[in-house]
Design a protein around this ligand. Structure first.
Ligand SMILES: [Zn+2]
Length: 94
């Protein structure tokens, strides 16, 4: 005898499992981005926009770069152009 409730339960469990794996993969990718797109990366990509410790937006905005804390658990900060809102690079929280 088949139990439709059991089948439904198994279906939910499968969906939950797929969702869990998907979230794991996407947050792993996000962490990878946070780790690789750092100050050194920005300096190498846009050498004309970094002088010593002074960073300028690569879109040539005349403004300051703002530091924003990211989601908890990532332990990284985003460095964002105040003018155009572009995230330039990330740095680990110290
Ligand atoms: Zn900008």
């Amino acid at each position: 005898m088949r139990d439709p409730g059991l089948l439904l339960g198994a279906g939910f469990l499968l969906l939950w499992g797929v969702g869990f794996v998907y979230v794991g993969i996407s947050s792993g990718r996000r962490m990878e981005k946070l780790r690789t797109e750092n100050f050194e990366w920005y300096k190498a990509k846009y050498p004309g926009y970094v002088r010593g410790n002074k960073v300028k937006c690569f879109k040539d905005c005349e403004g300051r770069i703002q530091m924003r804390n990211l989601y908890r658990r990532t332990f990284h900060r985003a460095h964002v152009c105040e003018v155009c809102g572009t995230t330039l690079y990330y740095s680990p929280e110290s």
